[in-house]
Design a binder for this molecule. Structure first.
Ligand code: GLA
Ligand code: GLA
Length: 699
């Protein structure tokens, strides 16, 4: 960047920050959501740990960041021992100096609260705050997450340090947001937590009779006569108990988080946002991410590849899933600058892949991409992790590619910021369903992420945008909704889905749907439980498969693997649309999918896990029946199209994930955001190539 454009960027940042402070004071009209600092521009950054380095070095680091187009750093999230070197003795001056120096380089700051890593003095003096694992081992200092998430004493320490940070930085013009803790991970099984779980159950069930009935405790003499008899099982316990434990874990992280949110909100400017880093891979399910996201302004997570190359379908599907946590754009708080240190084999992304991945994140709804980490720490558990600069502070090979992304984000920010993905198509997810299946997988091959991706991929290819949202949310605006494996369908959710279909929606349920109620009890209607009536049919039996079976019907011919259900239409107007092929087993010639018109819509049940080609054909028919076409237009295989929309424009992001150059036909009336001007009608897109196109809406 030239000195002139550097200065312009700094002025723009200052203006943005003061504009957002002004906005925060003047309430926006109810119809338009107030623009928020986290979505007003494309943010680009890195995790920076100034506490690990001599202060004399900071300026050079920040200058190198600025030269790479970095406009935000996250700091502080593991620095408790520097912030409070001994109990009640605080030092935040160094952090203030780091924030000021970042400001000089036009780099905004997100402060992470340091509560993932309590200092040694804390756990030495207050060992009761230490976490106990399911086998009874007490955690020790020297790693991270050694605290008990339910400990009132630990929460009091958290409240104190967070309040001091909020008092110091809550009105700081260069601090734009806060990250509470980092990657809520490990629950505790200490006696106090167990007592809290029992109290939580008492509040939920009121009587032991209700709990005993919900969990069917007559099974294996599990009946409880006193609340303090109820165990705290990590796994292998009653599925009703395990499901309630997941809900308790969720509620405990929510209250852990709320302690810090309350401490922040009491003092910080409304222009500063609050998030937490939901962590690596996005798909983890220790707790319900929808519920934990509720109290936050924005969700953020860490798309890491680990071993191998970017799996575009996986990253795309999980990104859409992450966007669904709050049904709005999110932040990528960490991503890999080439490689990580925790995969079985820590391979490095190829040239161009880091850039393609950053743009794929933006395409699916990220407003920020931050690399982990800026510079390799000289010691500590992650010495081998990828970084933008090496231990000597000089750029690593990937720095140049990252700087290119930085320049592109700066160029595209005006077009892309303020837009979000919008889709006619939704996939439904629920943590209860995921947990219920994973407690009793029945086939080790029943990988719910793989199933989600298998359902998502043809939808993304054909509709070019997919929402993945929580089951039970309003479905207004969607033309067709897919539920790949909605195992838990309580009565109320069943009624909502049936009403939506009756009003004209098209619902496609997948295998294992509607088998359980909210207590993880088997439903006596069989599958799909409360939707048996609307479907006019049900599942007679399910079969785990160790070899594919043939399937054939109106969508074509193929196979099913892993899971197959035998369906039976009961209503005269329920139609069989797929059947299993002939064979010696129970499935021979039996229905694999049935459909019925219900009110003004349709409900379809697909009981088999179809091969990708047949699944593509099956979903293509569903989409065209619902009137859903490609948002951009047809593109060659391997090219992914993503769309972000604002009232006045669409922005299309095209990425060639295939190894060969592909030729894309570009409709007229578009602007090439990165190259400037009108694109050619046929664009040759190299492998890992990225095209960002803007289409103003006609007035
Ligand atoms: C054993 C046990 C039964 C039951 C079956 C299931 O035989 O005795 O209680 O668990 O296995 O196969
Ligand atoms: C997580 C953590 C970081 C770091 C990275 C390494 O996302 O939040 O502190 O450990 O993993 O990949």
């Amino acid at each position: 960047m030239s000195p002139k454009s550097l200065k312009a960027a700094g002025v723009a940042l200052a203006a943005l920050l003061s504009a957002s402070a002004a906005l925060a004071q003047a309430p926006a009209p109810a119809s338009a959501p107030a623009p928020t600092i986290q979505s007003q521009r494309l943010w680009f950054g890195a995790a920076w740990y100034p506490e690990q380095w001599p202060e004399a070095r900071w300026d050079k680091d920040l200058a190198l960041m600025e030269a790479a187009g970095i406009n935000v750093v996250r700091v502080g999230e593991f620095a408790w021992s520097r912030m409070e070197p001994s109990e009640g003795v605080y030092d935040l001056d160094w952090l203030e100096r780091a924030v000021r120096l970042a400001e000089k380089h036009h780099i905004a700051v997100v402060i992470g609260t340091p509560t993932d890593t309590p200092p040694a003095w804390l756990t030495k003096a207050h060992p009761e705050v230490l976490r106990v694992d399911a086998l009874g081992h007490v955690a020790e200092h020297g790693g991270r997450r050694q605290f008990s998430y339910s400990s009132p004493a630990y929460r009091a320490f958290c409240r104190d340090i967070v309040s001091r940070l909020a008092a110091r930085f809550g009105r700081d013009p260069n601090v734009i947001g806060w990250q509470v803790d980092n990657e809520y991970t490990d629950e505790s099984f200490d006696p106090q937590t167990r007592a809290m779980f029992q109290d939580w159950l008492k509040a939920k069930y009121k009587t032991l009779d209700a709990l005993n009935a919900a969990w069917t405790t007559a099974y294996w003499s599990q009946t409880y006569d006193r609340w303090d008899e109820v165990p705290l099982n990590a796994d292998g316990g009653n599925p009703g108990l395990l499901l309630d434990h997941r809900h308790f874990v969720t509620d405990t992280w929510i209250s852990y988080q709320k302690t810090q949110i309350d401490a922040l909100r009491a003092q910080i400017s409304p222009a500063q946002f609050i998030t937490t880093n939901f962590g690596g891979l996005g798909w983890s399910d220790n707790w319900d991410h929808y519920a934990v996201a509720h109290d936050l302004d924005v969700a953020s997570w860490d798309p890491y590849v680990g071993q191998g190359q970017l799996d575009a379908a996986r990253n795309g599907a999980v990104s859409d899933f992450v966007r669904g946590w709050k049904r709005k754009n999110y932040w990528v708080m960490e991503t890999q600058p080439g490689s990580v240190n925790w995969a079985p084999i820590n391979t490095t992304l190829d040239r161009g892949e880091v850039r393609a991945m950053a743009w794929q994140d933006i395409g699916h709804g990220a407003d920020a991409v931050l690399y982990w980490q800026w510079r390799s720490a000289l010691n500590g558990q992650e010495q081998y992790h990828g970084a933008l600069v090496g231990p000597d502070g000089e750029p690593n090979p990937v720095y140049g590619e990252v700087a290119k992304v930085g320049r592109e984000f700066a160029k595209a920010s005006a077009a892309v910021a303020g837009t979000s993905p919008v889709s006619d198509v939704a996939i439904l997810q629920s943590y209860d369903s995921r947990w219920a299946i994973d407690f009793q997988q029945h086939s080790k091959a029943y990988d719910q992420l793989k199933l989600l991706i298998d359902w998502w991929r043809p939808l993304q290819e054909q509709a070019q945008s997919v929402d993945v949202i929580e089951a039970g949310q309003p479905l207004d605006g969607y033309k067709v909704v897919f539920a790949p494996s909605l195992n838990v369908i309580p009565d109320a959710m069943g009624r909502k889905l049936a009403d939506w279909v009756r009003a004209g929606g098209h619902l496609v349920l997948g295998p294992r749907s509607g088998m359980k109620d909210e207590f993880d009890r088997l439903r006596v209607e069989r599958q799909p439980g409360p939707l048996v009536g609307a479907l006019g049919g049900r599942v007679e039996q399910y079969y785990a498969l160790d070899a594919p079976v043939a399937v054939e019907g109106e969508a074509g011919k193929g196979t099913a693997a892993v899971w197959a259900e035998q369906l039976s239409p009961k209503a005269p107007d329920a139609r069989v649309i797929l059947r299993y092929g002939d064979g010696p087993g129970w499935l021979s010639g039996q229905p694999a999918a049935i459909r019925r018109s219900w009110g003004r819509g349709t409900i379809t049940y697909l009981g088999a896990w179809l091969d990708p080609a047949l699944m593509g054909a099956f979903e293509a028919r569903e989409l065209s029946a619902a009137g859903v076409g490609p948002a951009f237009g047809p593109v060659p295989e391997g090219v992914e199209v993503m769309r972000r929309t604002a009232p006045d424009r669409d922005v299309f992001i095209l990425i060639n994930h295939s190894p060969a150059t592909q030729t894309v036909d570009v409709p007229s009336g578009l602007v090439d955001v990165l190259a400037g001007g009108a694109p050619k009608p046929r664009v040759a897109l190299a492998s890992q190539g990225v095209l960002v196109l803007e289409r103003p809406h006609a007035r």
